[in-house]
Design a protein around this ligand. Structure first.
Ligand code: PRP
Ligand code: ADE
Length: 182
């Protein structure tokens, strides 16, 4: 897909200085959903990247991260004809779950995933809207490793390259559609 499409997607991202706190520029993906064709193009770019780089691998599930990863994950799973599994913030999923904690700027949080739908050795991709410090994605990778699953790719719409989130992911392959420094 052309660079023009990527530029068009970028033009739809809202930029809000000093939200939710001073010094942060919030990247708002929701305007993308006002253009159904651009939203579909984002998911098609994810699909294309997987097909081009991991042709030989059967993807057993798309994992989506709470909350904005849920917007892209189910459509990607449908395009790949595979299942969607949510990774949620703690206390939201019933039944047997695995969990892992991760550091926030102040304190820590946990994410959880239901067990049962996936088995050891299954191949998964993890989807979220944005990679910043990489703390959330690294926690998801940790969770996946606890279940002895194989992370084929981390997919995000936006990467804040200056925060070096990739470095937290132990070499796991990352694809981002658009990039900002911060
Ligand atoms: O790379 P990191 O520094 O971990 O930041 C990225 C995470 O932060 C945002 O989620 P947030 O925790 O704000 O939750 P939300 O999607 O529920 O708004 C974003 O959607 C990513 O999941
Ligand atoms: N700058 C940012 N904009 C939107 N979501 C984020 N999550 C972490 N950093 C963010």
């Amino acid at each position: 897909m052309s660079q023009n499409v990527v530029a068009e997607i970028k033009s739809r991202i809202g930029l809000f200085p000093n939200f939710p706190k001073s010094g942060v520029e919030f990247k708002d993906i929701f305007p993308l959903f006002q253009s159904p064709s651009l939203f579909h193009k984002v998911v098609e770019l994810f699909e294309e990247n997987i097909k081009e780089n991991h042709q030989e691998v059967k993807i057993d599930a798309v994992l989506g991260l709470d909350a904005r990863g849920f917007l892209f994950g189910p459509l990607l799973a449908s395009k790949l004809n595979t299942s969607f599994v949510p990774v949620r913030k703690k206390g939201k999923l019933p039944g047997h779950v695995v969990s892992t904690s991760y550091a926030l700027e102040y304190g820590e949080d946990s994410i959880e995933m239901q067990t049962g739908s996936l088995k050891e050795g299954d191949n998964v991709v993890i989807v979220d809207d944005l990679l910043a410090t990489g703390g959330t994605m690294a926690a998801a990778c940790k969770l996946v490793k606890q279940l002895k699953l194989n992370v084929v790719k981390c997919l995000v719409v936006i990467e804040l390259t200056g925060l070096k989130g990739r470095e937290k992911l132990d070499g796991t392959s990352v694809y981002s559609v658009i990039q900002y420094e911060f």
